[in-house]
Write a protein that binds this ligand. Structure first.
Ligand SMILES: [Zn+2]
Length: 213
C-alpha cells in the first residue's frame, strides 16, 4: 500500500508514519532522509540537489520528485511505502502522480492527521529544553522533577524560540496556505482519510489501522 501522510508540523504525523511502516513492513520515506542518502552516496541526483542546498536555495520540485520516484522504485518499496513530508504542494503532488502513472503506479491513501492549531500551539508552548545538555521536557507530559531544572544535569530549562506560540502560529499559517489545497486535491481523488490527531497516539494509530485494514 502506498501512503502519503498529511498533517501540520507538531500534529504527530512522523510518529504515525513510523508506526505504519513497522506494522505493515514497508519503508518510511522522508524527503530529508532521501536527500541525505543521495548526497552521502554521491549519486547524480544527490550532486544536483547539493548544488542548490549549498547555495541555500530550495531544491526545485522536479528534482525533489525525481529523488522521491527514484526512492520508491527501490526493491524494499515494491509492496508499498509511507511518504512523510512529501508532497507539500499541488505542483509536487501532480508531478508525483504523473511520474507514478508512468510506471503504472498510484497513491492508495492520503492520511490527514488532523489537529486544530490551538492544540498544536498549546502542545508546543509546554515544551522545555535544557540550555546545558539539550534534554527535552514537557510541563504536562514529561515534567522535570523540579520545575525549570533539568533532571539530568541541573541546567536551566527554557521555552525555545521555535516552540513559542507566535513562531508556531507562523509555521502553521504557512502549512495551511501550502498544504490545505492538497487536502482538496486528495479528497477529489477519493483517497483522503482524516483521523483525529488530538487523541492519544495509540488511539490515532488504531484509527489508521482501521482504515488501512
Ligand atoms: Zn540538562
Amino acid at each position: 500500500m502506498k501512503i502519503i501522510m498529511l498533517g501540520a508540523p507538531g500534529a504527530g504525523k512522523g510518529t504515525q508514519a513510523k508506526l505504519i511502516a513497522e506494522k505493515y513492513n514497508i519503508p518510511h520515506i522522508s524527503t530529508g532522509d532521501i536527500f541525505r542518502a543521495n548526497i552521502k552516496n554521491g549519486t547524480e541526483l544527490g550532486k544536483k540537489a547539493k548544488t542548490y542546498m549549498d547555495k541555500g536555495e530550495l531544491v526545485p520540485d522536479e528534482l525533489v520528485v525525481d529523488l522521491v520516484v527514484d526512492r520508491v522504485a527501490k526493491d524494499d518499496a515494491k509492496n508499498g511505502y509511507v511518504l512523510d513530508g512529501f508532497p507539500r504542494t499541488i505542483p509536487q503532488a501532480e508531478a508525483l502522480d504523473a511520474a507514478l502513472a508512468k510506471i503504472n503506479d498510484k497513491v492508495d491513501y492520503a492520511i490527514d492527521v488532523d489537529v486544530p492549531d490551538e492544540n498544536i500551539i498549546n502542545r508546543m508552548s509546554g515544551r522545555r529544553a535544557c540550555v546545558a545538555c539539550g534534554g527535552t521536557y514537557h510541563i504536562v507530559n514529561v515534567p522535570p522533577k523540579k520545575e525549570g531544572i533539568c533532571d539530568a544535569c541541573g541546567g536551566e530549562l527554557i521555552l525555545r524560540d521555535d516552540d513559542k506560540p507566535e513562531t508556531v502560529k507562523k509555521r502553521l499559517d504557512v502549512y495551511h496556505e501550502q498544504t490545505q489545497p492538497l487536502i482538496d486535491y486528495y479528497t477529489e481523488k477519493g483517497i483522503l482519510k482524516t483521523v483525529d490527531g488530538t487523541v492519544d497516539m495509540n488511539d490515532v494509530f488504531a484509527a489508521i489501522v482501521g482504515i488501512l485494514g
